[in-house]
Design a protein around this ligand. Structure first.
Ligand code: UTP
Length: 229
C-alpha cells in the first residue's frame, strides 16, 4: 500500500467561515483514498493560531511561547478533523512523528498537528514523509501553488508549474525558521528535509478536491507546483 502525507493548512480547513460542504467533500475523499493508500494528515493552525500569536506578540510573549500556542492550535484543528473521519485516531493526537507512525498500525488515516517549537507543520509533514518513507508528500495550502512572490500581495506574481528545491529555498529566504505564525508557502526547515531525503513533493490548493484526488489517485498534476530535487 502506498503512503501519502498531506500537510493541510489550517486556513484550508478552519478559516473564518468554516465551509461545511467543503469539509464533507474532503472527508469523503480522504475516506475513499484510505481504502487504497495509507494517509497521514498534518494540520496547520489557521486563524486561531494567528490570532493567539498576534495578540501574544503584542503582549510581549517570547517566540518559543508563541510557537507553543501555535502548536496547541494545530492540535485542536487536528482533533476536529479526526471527528469527521471514520477509522482515524480520534482517541489520541500524536505529539511526534514517531508516535504517528506507531498509530498507523491501528488506523488507516492518522491526523496530527505540530510537534516542537521552531518550525511550522510543513516541516512536520516533511519529517513524517521522510520517516514513513512516503511515496508522496503534498502541501495543501490556500493558494494554487508556488508563486514568484506572494500572490495575495502582488498581482504580477507568476505561478510555477515546477520549481527546483534550491530556487524554492531562495524564494522562502533560506532554511531557517523565521518567527511564530510565519506565512511562507513552504517553511525553510521543511525545504531542508525535502532536499536531503529527495521527497516527491507537490504544492496545491487544498480547496481543490478534484486536484487532490487526481494527484493522489492518478499522479496527475492538474493545477499546482511540482518541487524538483
Ligand atoms: P502552521 O504555520 O503550521 O499553521 O502552525 P498554519 O498557519 O495553518 O500554516 P499554513 O496555513 O499551512 O501556512 C502555526 C504556528 O504554530 C507553530 C508556529 O509558530 C507556526 O507558525 N508551530 C507549528 C510550531 O512551533 N511547531 C510545529 O510543529 C507546528
Amino acid at each position: 500500500m502506498k503512503t501519502v502525507v498531506i500537510s493541510i493548512g489550517g486556513s484550508v480547513i478552519a478559516s473564518k467561515d468554516i465551509d461545511v460542504t467543503f469539509l464533507k467533500k474532503l472527508s469523503t475523499l480522504l475516506e475513499e483514498l484510505s481504502k487504497e493508500f495509507k494517509i497521514f494528515l498534518v494540520v496547520g493552525g489557521g486563524d486561531i493560531a494567528r490570532k493567539y500569536i498576534d495578540i501574544g506578540r503584542k503582549l510581549g510573549l517570547d517566540e518559543k511561547s508563541l510557537d507553543v500556542i501555535g502548536i496547541a492550535s494545530t492540535r485542536v484543528n487536528a482533533q476536529f478533523l479526526t471527528m469527521l473521519l471514520e477509522n482515524s485516531n480520534k482517541d489520541h493526537i500524536p505529539e511526534s512523528t514517531e508516535d504517528a507512525i506507531k498509530l498507523s498500525k491501528k488506523y488507516s488515516i492518522i491526523v496530527m498537528g505540530g510537534t516542537t517549537p521552531g518550525h511550522s507543520t510543513d516541516m512536520v509533514g516533511a519529517e513524517l514523509a521522510e520517516k514513513a518513507k512516503a511515496d508522496l508528500f503534498i502541501i495543501a495550502t490556500n493558494v494554487d501553488g508556488i508563486y514568484s512572490k506572494d500572490p495575495m500581495l502582488h498581482k504580477d506574481a507568476k505561478r510555477f508549474r515546477e520549481i527546483k528545491i534550491d530556487d524554492l529555498i531562495k524564494i522562502v529566504g533560506g532554511i531557517d525558521w523565521k518567527k511564530a505564525g510565519s506565512n511562507v508557502i513552504v517553511d525553510g526547515p521543511a525545504c531542508e528535509i525535502i532536499k536531503r531525503s529527495r521527497i516527491k513533493t507537490y504544492v496545491i490548493n487544498g480547496k481543490n478536491i478534484n486536484a487532490l484526488r487526481d494527484l493522489i489517485k492518478n499522479g496527475r498534476l492538474v493545477e499546482g507546483t511540482e518541487v524538483k530535487i
